[in-house]
Design a protein around this ligand. Structure first.
Ligand code: SF4
Length: 688
């Protein structure tokens, strides 16, 4: 028996569930997880965790874990050894590249995997295969927030730390079910509200816990946040309440921007959003009355056709009111997955190398070409959405998906799975036989965070180390090891024997991470990027100015058109999001007994008014039908939703999956699916 089996061990790890990035010691004996113990030193959470971080770990011992590589044999799979699976994969990649060119292959990295694994995935695509077709699931959630920040302030991350949100005089949350999606962060806000009189304004379609706790709660009509944000900004400028000193010193483009606001009158905003003129004035007055404002937002903003523009409007408002560069102020897109920030940071994006340096920039590309001794195409590659389209068009023939149940989480399931069926060669690397893996030709068994080393980056740009707490299960292997092995079989010997070496390489190439090293990240030590070569990190961005040539931020003019609405045939709007207990499609949490006993299946929230109109009771079975497809589920009647608004937890991998209803509409600037823009009609199957 190994040492691990005999004694209790304590290992520092980082929560694998949400972007708050809680850290704790996990107590194990053999493969048993005895307890999770947060430490005073945990930078993001101190001694707190939530139900997922505390109890959500038994999936690692699930009987359903994949422990052997699988290769398709007709309608089923056969277990094979690693050599067979990887040689076959290398052979098929080489053949497809030789026949159809490097751009016939696509790569999707995982926001659940480590920074080092994102780095090697993009290196596999760019160096070994020779394509920029590499992306990650921030395309499904956070890309619009990143776009809005790039346009205005230059860094695609939270302006400050979770401490800054707690320190603000006023916090506004928009389209964020913070108490359920980012529980520990929400508890910081609740505490500040209670102890220090922090003012909380919540904007959401659904009156969730934070909506109930808010000093003011507003329910703007779906997809209209850009309108009230711009109207409030215009009103502030019209009153002469903007922060003149800040704008003069730090901001470009004021006059053009001011002009662009012309149409956003209070009357226009009232009509479109449903928020009254008086309330809009009150919001403006409250914003300018405080010294420090922080705005948090999430999928309720980003997953719309105007997701990037709405994120931009948030940043514009912060710039006008001087709410950047100081502690307690700034823009906080709340990152969903544990490592959705890091996966983009480390280069698994079609247009960026690690550290958000453009693929199209000749100098940057040359740096990587010299280091990797290959030529890299100057043209950005395809993003996730474009890859699926390219398969349908016959331009992409092979896909390698890591740790992502694309067939459930991408919008429009029928369209996506039809694309999988057209692939010549499909590799899925995951812990479980996911819905996506069922379409694969080769399935490679990976390991969860507790069985490997690496780093994750949380929503505050904080890079944190996780240590190996458990031996790998069966023949499963860490993602970085599998990808490194595959690269070797394709002729590129990377020589990585530990993730620390991968991080050293990333730090040597990407200035954003210049001073990042495992030595500086031991135990509970962490670094918030940018990290200078001497190891100085950046808890608060922009103190030395904005990362543009003239160090000034830019106001970005915006327009608004109504992009979608319910109609006579599809008369109900479906909102969707998380519940506290589950995580994303539920591949991990539905395998945790502790969690499923609390929340066994998804449900459809229906308002009391609508339930009465349709004559249905709690537990009734209904079918929702959109233009793209249909989903069935059980009704939960609640006044969290009102009128013709429905709410569907996104955490379902069965017949209530929301992506049977979504279609191909995307944010016009980032290709993020407009998951929140679904019109449906409802058929009652069983009244109950
Ligand atoms: Fe994990 Fe997020 Fe809960 Fe913290 S708040 S324990 S990071 S799921």
């Amino acid at each position: 028996a190994s040492m691990r089996e005999e004694r209790i061990e304590k290992t520092k790890t980082v929560c694998t569930y949400c972007g708050v990035g809680c850290t704790f010691d996990v107590w194990t004996k053999d493969r048993k997880i005895l307890k999770v113990e947060p430490q005073q030193d945990s930078p993001a959470n101190g001694i707190s965790t939530c139900v997922k971080g505390k109890f959500g770990w038994d999936y690692v011992n699930s009987e359903e874990r994949l422990t052997k590589p699988l290769i398709r044999d007709g309608e089923s799979f056969v277990e094979v050894e690693w050599d067979v699976a990887l040689d076959y994969t290398a052979k098929r990649f080489s053949e497809i590249k030789a026949e159809k060119g490097a751009d016939a292959l696509g790569f999707i990295a995982s926001s659940k995997a480590t920074n080092e694994e994102s780095y090697v995935m993009q290196k596999l695509a760019r160096q070994v295969i020779g394509t920029n077709n590499v992306d990650n699931c921030s395309r499904y959630c956070q890309a619009p927030a990143t776009m809005g920040l790039f346009r205005t302030v230059g860094h695609g991350g939270d302006s400050g730390s979770i401490d800054d949100i707690a320190e603000a005089d006023m916090v506004i949350t928009i389209g964020s079910n913070t108490a359920e999606s980012h529980p520990v962060l929400a508890s910081r806000i609740k505490r500040s509200q209670k102890l220090f009189g922090q003012t909380l304004y919540v904007f959401d379609l659904r009156k969730h816990e934070m909506g109930q706790r808010a000093d003011r709660f507003f329910q703007p009509k779906s997809g209209t946040d850009l309108v009230w944000l711009s109207a409030v900004t215009k009103y502030i400028i019209d009153q002469g309440w903007e922060d003149r000193d800040f704008i003069n010193t730090w901001v470009n483009g004021f006059d053009d921007y001011k002009q662009s606001l012309e149409k956003f009158t209070l009357a226009y905003a009232e009509e479109l959003t449903g928020i009254s003129k008086e309330a809009l004035i009150e919001i403006a007055e409250q914003i300018v009355s405080v010294d420090k404002l922080a705005i948090c937002w999430a999928m309720g903003v980003t997953q719309h056709q105007l997701g990037s523009d709405t994120s931009t409007a948030i940043s514009n408002l912060l710039l006008i009111t001087g709410n950047y560069r100081r502690n307690g102020t700034g823009a906080y897109p709340l990152r969903g997955h544990n490592n959705v920030q890091g996966c983009s940071d480390f280069g698994s994006m079609p247009n960026f190398f690690p550290g958000y340096e453009k693929v199209a920039d000749d100098d940057v590309r040359k740096r990587y070409e010299d280091a990797w001794e290959v030529e890299i195409p100057a043209e950005p590659g395809k993003d996730n959405h474009e890859m699926i389209g390219a398969i349908h068009e016959g331009n992409l023939h092979s896909l390698y998906v890591l740790g992502e149940d694309t067939g459930i989480v991408d919008a429009n399931i029928h369209y996506v799975t039809a694309a999988f069926e057209k692939l010549e060669f499909f590799v899925v690397q995951d812990l479980f036989l996911t819905e996506t893996a069922k379409y694969a030709d080769v399935i490679l068994p990976a390991v969860p965070s507790l069985e490997k080393e690496g780093t994750f980056t949380n929503t505050e740009r904080r890079i944190q180390r996780l240590y190996k707490a458990l031996d790998t299960k069966g023949d499963s292997r860490p993602d970085y090891e599998i990808i490194t092995d595959l690269a070797g079989r394709l002729g590129y010997d990377w020589g990585y024997d530990h993730p620390a070496v991968i991080m050293d390489e990333a730090a040597s190439l990407a200035p954003l991470f210049a001073g990042v090293s495992y030595d500086r990240l031991t135990n509970y030590n962490s670094l918030q990027w940018p990290v200078a070569a001497d190891g100085t990190d950046t808890p608060l961005l922009y103190t030395d100015g904005f990362p543009f040539a003239d160090t000034k931020a830019r106001l970005y003019p915006l327009d608004y058109q109504l992009m979608y609405d319910t109609n006579h045939e599809y008369d109900l709007h479906v909102n969707n999001g998380r519940v506290l207990e589950h995580f994303h499609e539920g591949n991990m949490t539905y395998k945790s007994k502790g969690i499923t006993s609390k929340m066994p299946t998804a449900f459809i929230e229906v308002s009391p008014e609508l339930a009465e109109e349709r004559g249905i009771n709690e537990g009734a079975e209904v079918k929702l039908i959109s233009e793209a497809g249909e989903a069935t589920g059980l009704v939960h009647i609640t006044d969290r939703v009102s009128g013709r608004e429905l709410y569907l937890p996104l955490n379902d991998n069965g017949k209530t999956a929301v992506n049977y209803l979504t279609d191909n509409r995307v944010d016009k600037d980032s290709d993020t699916p407009a998951y929140k823009e679904i019109a449906v009609r409802m058929e009652v199957m069983k009244k109950k």
